[in-house]
Design a protein around this ligand. Structure first.
Ligand SMILES: NC(=O)C1=CN([C@@H]2O[C@H](COP(=O)(O)OP(=O)(O)OC[C@H]3O[C@@H](n4cnc5c(N)ncnc54)[C@H](O)[C@@H]3O)[C@@H](O)[C@H]2O)C=CC1
Ligand SMILES: N[C@@H](CC=O)C(=O)O
Length: 821
């Protein structure tokens, strides 16, 4: 079956039919720059990447080995100066021969012989340079392109050595260029398309490798595509092959949100539009040349920019309509600029004067009504612009210059129309007390530029980048525990609209490993990445990641049952990290530990989110605290505080063993990781202690009378042995149930507390119409009698266990802290 090919260019493109006839599989084009092929290790990384691509149809475009094109141009210049450098030629031959021996021993001799032959030809060409017409420049394309041929041959041989079917093709037989044009405009698209279609019909189902940078001019001579020409070659092949994608492999992780030399925390922009990427390129970001993007944009071929040094990273994706969060894709800074304000003449006159002087304005605002034009040019261009104005603007023009400025640009489509984003930019500058001397929205609305004094430039870039590109960095979160509750939390985080923007997940940990990513972890991928990339660093590493983060609010979420994690809560709180916990140990064990948490909060001016620890997020603690705050003291508290025990006793009627119901409660995620924590009454006792202390009743663990359901001899057994003897629990429950039934009652696991601190938890036989007897599922019940809720108590009831409700309590606590800090 033939693939249906739609010509995204909207023009007739007969060659596409030919490509389509060759089968359903679309090509993926890969481009490896010299930085990827810098040495043996670089080649090996490239080979690994390509091996993992099979069996997709790959068309690979390669640059010369790093430094080789410059070396060839150096040889050319020395030849022009009459200093032929035979040793330089030999050096290149031996460099490539060594690579051949290491990468493809089976074909090394043939490759070496080829390099030697080409080397002889190179030496001959260099010898002709001095006497050749046009100062030898007619030969430079033949000389400069040799490196690409050599690296493509090396790569093919190395692939074959690894058993990958590969074939090299000569790009000079496929890409035709007009000598009079430059960049993408130079490519003779229709003729090149016919050549590619005809050649590709003969290509086997193999990986094809072509040298980048080189092409053929219409007169049949060798041509090259200029500096960074390999990127353009790859873009041209991607368009001509109607490729599924073009991946440009570099030594950086993608398109960065700022110049990494200025912003240490510059991060990879996950997605950009072609226009945004072009805007960045025009603003000087060394990503992809706009010439590379233009043909792809027209053909709508997605471009991936990835690092061959870390092929696991997804890199940046450049597409027609990007999605994703983040207020700006990137922030750029042009230093050494000057502003010029011209009044009293038509703007068109000013612009043509600049054009004649060869000066490209970096930003401009025209006000027709006031016949004024404000524009920004580079300081270097001023020496050409000033005389041009003097000669052509006439006597009425008022020209005002201001030097020592910098142009800071936030790149993102629609930025200038989004009040929230603009406000974020202005606020970042206002916080630094940096005056905005002018603001310029580009005509295509791909971003907004502001003009500031040059001496503020770096601080301003930092602040704007932190505010716009790092999410708003309002809230950084570390999640410890990725089990039932932690897993549900990660899913909820993924769905939350603030995620990735205002809220950044910087660390995830479980009992085995920790994953840190200051740029933000996509919650969806967190567990997979933790398993794959995590390191056994301990929870402290997650806390350090929070502390390193530039977010305004840093929150550690504890979704573990671990004592070792709970033990550190107070310390982290004191160090400025807010803690949100489902883990009840820090507040529900000794009074001293509860007090440490309180003093941690005071010392670090931090908050402790504990809604999940009682009633799985039912608004019990919050209500109790509000009553306390208003002077309404607790007189008594009674109810069912365990979701799992509620479920067990609501369902138990003697027809199924208690242990069978326990298995179901575990399956539903109601029990503690070790269900004996529930059956022993320990979990309920912890909740009672947390509630009592929140109500100002400072009782100790030993003050709670606990009657459990686990026979004493089973409490200390390893879990496996306990489950092997679970029928002993069944027998005990069956007995207690029968005794209660004989009195016309049912069993419920009830907690009680009075204002004197008398506290107990345990099974009770209650009448069938008792409020605790009328619950269903895993519902909890909290009956609060207070000074003001005296005649009729305040009752809170609802699901008291389960991963989803518990996770939402954690998330809600974290968001509440973020908004109240
Ligand atoms: N299941 C429920 O309905 C509710 C549970 N909770 C509490 O939530 C917490 C988690 O419960 P589940 O998710 O059911 O447990 P789980 O056993 O499914 O998951 C526990 C997670 O914590 C990690 N962990 C254990 N020790 C650790 C350590 N020392 N350092 C780092 N990570 C460690 C484990 O690797 C695992 O990822 C418990 O404290 C539980 O009491 C609170 C309210 C309701
Ligand atoms: N295991 C607990 C879960 C919530 O804390 C319970 O059963 O209530």
């Amino acid at each position: 079956m033939n693939a249906v090919v739609v010509d995204a260019r909207g023009a007739a493109a007969p060659w596409l039919d030919e490509i389509a006839r060759q089968g359903e599989l679309r090509w993926r084009v890969h481009k490896f720059g010299g930085s990827c092929l810098e040495d043996l290790e670089g080649f090996r990384r490239v080979l690994d990447i390509l091996q993992s691509e099979a069996p997709v149809r790959c068309f690979v475009v390669v640059s010369a080995v790093r430094g080789v094109t410059d070396a060839l141009l150096g040889l050319f210049e020395r030849a022009r100066a009459g200093e032929p450098d035979r040793a330089g030629v030999e050096l290149l031959i031996s460099q490539h021969t060594a690579l051949a021996h290491a990468l493809a021993p089976d074909e090394a001799r043939t490759l070496a012989a080829g390099f030697q032959r080409d080397g002889e030809e190179l030496a001959w060409l260099l010898a002709q340079v001095r006497t050749a017409p046009r100062g030898g420049y007619g030969l430079v394309d033949r000389i400069a392109g040799i490196g690409e041929y050599w690296s493509s041959r090396l790569l093919v041989a190395a692939l074959r050595q690894r058993g990958v079917e590969a074939q090299d093709v000569d790009a000079r037989e496929l890409l035709l260029v007009e000598a009079t044009q430059r960049g993408a405009d130079a490519i003779a698209w229709d003729e090149s398309a016919r050549l590619v279609a005809a050649a590709s019909a003969r290509w086997p189902e193999a990986l094809i490798v072509a040298p980048g940078f080189v092409a053929r001019s219409r007169d049949g001579g060798a041509a090259t595509l200029g500096r960074n020409g390999s990127d353009l070659s790859a873009a041209a092949f991607a368009r001509l092959l109607d490729a599924e994608s073009l991946t440009v492999w570099k030594d950086v992780a993608g398109v960065l949100s700022a110049d990494p030399r200025l912003i240490r925390r510059a991060r990879t922009a996950p997605e950009l539009s072609y226009a945004e990427a072009e805007e960045l390129a025009a603003a000087g970001a060394r990503v992809l040349h706009p010439d590379t993007l233009r043909p792809l944009r027209r053909a709508n071929v997605p471009v991936l920019v990835r690092s061959s040094r870390d092929a696991r990273q997804p890199g940046s994706r450049i597409v027609g309509v990007p999605t994703g969060c983040g207020a700006a894709r990137a922030v750029t800074l042009e230093e050494d600029t000057v502003s010029v304000s011209v009044r009293g003449v038509a703007g068109s006159l000013v612009l043509s004067a600049l054009e004649r002087a060869g000066v490209q304005p970096r930003a401009l605002v025209q006000c027709n009504a006031r016949r004024s034009l404000d524009l920004v040019i580079t300081a270097a261009d001023r020496s050409r612009a000033e005389p041009a104005f003097a000669g052509s603007l006439g006597p009425f023009a008022q020209v005002e210059w201001r030097a020592g400025l910098a142009l800071l640009r936030a790149v993102r489509a629609g930025f200038g129309g989004d009040a929230r984003r603009m406000a974020a930019l202005y606020t970042a500058l206002a916080d630094l007390r940096v005056p905005i001397l002018g603001s310029f929205q580009d005509s295509h609305d791909h971003g907004l530029s502001v003009l500031i004094a040059g001496d503020h430039a770096h601080a301003a870039l930092n602040a704007v980048h932190a505010r716009l590109c790092h999410g708003t960095a309002k809230l950084a979160v570390a999640v410890v525990g990725t089990g039932l509750v932690g897993g549900a939390l990660l899913r909820q985080l993924q769905q939350h609209p603030a995620c990735g923007d205002d809220l950044r997940l910087v660390a995830v940990a479980n009992s085995r490993s920790v994953l840190i990513d200051a740029e933000g972890i996509t919650p969806d991928t967190a567990t997979a990445r933790l398993n794959w990339e995590g390191k056994p660093l301990g929870v402290e590493a997650a806390v350090a990641a929070l502390q390193d983060s530039d977010a305004h609010v840093k929150i550690l979420i504890d979704a573990t049952p671990a004592e070792s994690v709970a033990r550190r809560h107070a310390e982290w709180l004191a160090a400025g990290v807010h803690v949100v916990s489902a883990n009840k140990i820090a507040q529900g064990t000794s009074l001293a530990r509860w007090r440490e948490v309180r003093s941690g909060c005071r010392a670090g001016k931090t908050q402790y989110g504990d809604a999940a620890t009682v009633g799985a997020g039912l608004p019990v603690l919050k209500t109790l605290r509000r009553l306390q705050g208003a002077g309404d003291g607790l007189l008594a508290l009674e109810g069912v505080f365990s979701g799992s025990l509620s479920f067990l006793f609501n369902a138990y009627d003697g027809s199924r063993p208690f242990s069978e119901l326990l298995a179901e409660a575990r399956e539903r995620g109601y029990t503690e990781p070790d269900p004996r924590a529930d059956l022993s009454g320990g979990d309920v006792a912890r909740k009672l202690l947390i509630l009592a202390r929140a109500a100002g009743i400072a009782i100790e663990e030993t003050d709670v009378v606990v009657q459990g359901l686990v026979p004493a001899e089973l409490t200390a057994l390893p879990a496996e042995d306990f489950f092997a003897r679970i029928d002993e629990v069944d027998a005990q429950i069956a007995r207690q149930y029968a005794e209660a039934a004989a009195q016309g009652k049912v069993l419920r696991y009830i907690a009680t507390l009075d204002r004197t601190g008398k506290a107990q938890v345990g099974p009770q036989a209650v009448r069938r119409d008792h409020p605790c007897a009328t619950l269903s599922g895993a519902d909890n019940l909290f009956v609060l009698t207070t000074a003001r809720y005296h005649e009729r108590p305040l009752v809170i009831s609802g699901p008291g266990a389960g991963a989803e409700v518990t996770a939402q309590a954690l998330l809600a606590d974290a968001l509440e802290i973020a908004t109240t800090v």
